[in-house]
Design a protein. Structure first.
Length: 93
């Protein structure tokens, strides 16, 4: 499965719940997560997307740790099931 399919599902599921899943591009800050997820009420989390069986590179892990150190949640999603689990966690019913 392609990473783009997982990314598309994430975007669809977040937007169905009133959130925004924006591409996160940060010039001069290599290794930044792929998406910034904006929730109603001002909550923000970051998501790194990977194709199944792929892992984050060392620089991506470093950036995730930096963001976590600032108090943000950072997720790595590598499957459609991972999208489902993410949605269940961040949009509890």
């Amino acid at each position: 499965m392609l990473e783009s399919r997982i990314e598309g599902r994430l975007k669809t599921e977040v937007e169905k719940r009133g959130g925004k899943a924006r591409k996160f591009i940060s010039p001069g800050w290599a290794g930044a997560p792929d998406r910034i997820i904006l929730f109603p009420g001002g909550r923000v989390v970051f998501v790194e997307l990977k194709a199944p069986q792929h892992i984050m590179k060392p620089l991506q892990k470093k950036r995730a740790a930096e963001l976590r150190g600032l108090g943000f949640k950072v997720y790595c999603i590598d499957s459609l099931e991972g999208v489902k689990q993410f949605i269940a966690e961040v949009f509890p019913e």
